[in-house]
Design a protein around this ligand. Structure first.
Ligand code: NAD
Length: 412
């Protein structure tokens, strides 16, 4: 039976509640989303037929600032997954200490089956249906799986038609339309800073470290490029179509060119084909799930050959998967810290939009590094305080920060 992703997140959360011995009256408050919006999206398809889709926006907590979180277009989007992802955003923004709460949205659609014009109509219809619930000081969406700067540009434009010029309503926008330098690579770059800190703490370094990466979209491909540039060996990568392997390390710049030309990593020269399930068990130092959730369950976790799992994707481990990794002594860098680079630079983009100015890429990257490194120090200190895993420590740190804001604001 498939595990409910929202229950998984709440179980991780309850472990943090236990670690910090939080007063039980906070539990229901911190587990339950504040608002859930479900909308029907009817659009005219290019052939004149009616397209019918369901969209969601779940707003989990805004104690520390406006709701913040991505927008996913995928056929398997469902309310439990969106709830789970919204909750993860609350804890993620708290771990890296940026002034946002947590939200997530999605449309149940296979975007590969829609034309660009249909996708634009669908996005604009979604904005028409939810514009009263979002805004630069209310809830700020961003890209996630199968959404990108172009989609964010449509979102900004449609929102502006309803409410006037509002570049801060959405982040991850194109550079020519109020986007931030450094945003596109930010999640991958944040992942790199996170694993670098953990390797250094263990007396190791990035150079020579062997990585296997599942998913070669925004996060996976940027992580691969940046890790390769630091001397890391990318021994395997995959996407929805399949994967490629080279024990000596793939030539990542050439692989990126191949993906631009063909749309997939499959068929890359000087590599051996590998299946997605094989990639998870490949001999490497760091396994990087950078695609969808719940790919590492108890069974796959038992076969992981890596010493570290870097959660570039959101919720890549089931409860069982996470526990098996823990028992086997495999260090798991939890998503709410490891992939927080994207939302951190989204915060910088939002700040630039509100101030009507542009930061240099050097400033963006340096500030990003500062947030990821500071979070690592705080997580280590929570691990020592509560004698727990890195995941429970990250959740505990986040819960402490959200609880503090909740207390300061007062409950009703
Ligand atoms: P994306 O759409 O750019 O890329 C997704 C990649 O995963 C593609 O290469 C796709 O082919 C691959 N994929 C899809 N299904 C797969 C499967 N069954 N097996 C193997 N590969 C598969 O998405 P993204 O923005 O790179 O997001 C990837 C993950 O990172 C998601 O879990 C997302 O929530 C998380 N994340 C993204 C950001 C961001 O800034 N984009 C920030 C934080 C976390």
């Amino acid at each position: 039976m498939n595990e409910n992703p929202f229950e998984t997140t709440n179980t991780f959360l309850r472990r943090a509640f236990d670690a910090i011995a939080i007063d039980r009256r906070y539990e229901i408050l911190l587990c339950t989303p504040r608002r859930e919006v479900r909308v029907e999206l009817a659009i005219q398809m290019d052939d004149g037929s009616l397209g019918h889709f369901i969209g969601y926006r779940v707003q989990h907590d805004d104690s520390r600032g406006p709701y913040k979180g991505g927008l996913r277009y995928h056929p398997e989007v469902n309310i439990d997954e969106v709830r789970s992802l919204a909750s993860l955003m609350t804890w993620k923004t708290a771990v890296v200490d940026i002034p946002f709460g947590g939200a997530k949205g999605g449309i149940q659609v296979d975007p590969a089956k829609l034309s660009v014009r249909e996708l634009e109509r669908l996005t604009r219809r979604f904005v028409d249906q939810i514009h009263d619930f979002v805004g630069p000081l209310i809830d700020i969406p961003a890209p996630d799986v199968n959404t990108n700067p172009t989609v964010m540009g449509w979102f900004f434009d449609q929102y502006t038609r309803h409410h006037g010029y509002s570049p801060g309503v959405v982040t991850g926008k194109p550079l020519g339309l109020h986007g931030s330098l450094g945003r596109e690579a930010a999640t991958g770059r944040g992942c790199l800073f996170a694993i670098r800190e953990v390797l250094v703490a263990d007396g190791r370094e990035l150079a020579g470290t062997r990585f296997a990466i599942q998913g070669f979209g925004n996060v996976g491909s940027w992580f691969a490029r940046l890790a390769h540039a630091e001397g890391g060996r990318i021994v395997a990568v995959s996407d929805v179509h399949g994967g490629v392997f080279d024990g000596e390390g793939l030539d990542v710049p050439r692989l990126v060119d191949h993906v631009h030309a063909t749309g997939s990593v499959v068929g890359f020269a000087r590599s051996t084909p590998i299946r997605n399930d094989e990639l998870l068990a490949v001999d490497c130092d760091v396994l990087v799930p950078a695609a969808l959730g719940h790919v590492i369950d108890g069974k796959t976790a038992a076969n992981v050959h890596a010493k570290y799992v870097l959660e570039a994707a959101n919720g890549p481990c089931t409860l069982d998967g996470a526990d098996v990794l823990d028992r086997r002594g495999i260090t798991c860098l939890p998503d709410i810290w490891a992939n927080a680079g994207g939302v951190t630079v989204s915060y910088f983009e939002w700040t630039q939009n509100l101030q009507q100015m542009r930061w240099t890429e050097e400033r963006v990257n340096a500030e990003l590094e500062r947030h990821i490194v500071a979070a690592h120090v705080a997580i280590r200190s929570a691990m020592a305080r509560y004698k727990c895993s890195m995941r429970t420590a990250a959740f505990a740190l986040a819960v402490e920060r959200v609880k503090a804001a909740t207390d300061l604001r007062g409950i009703g």
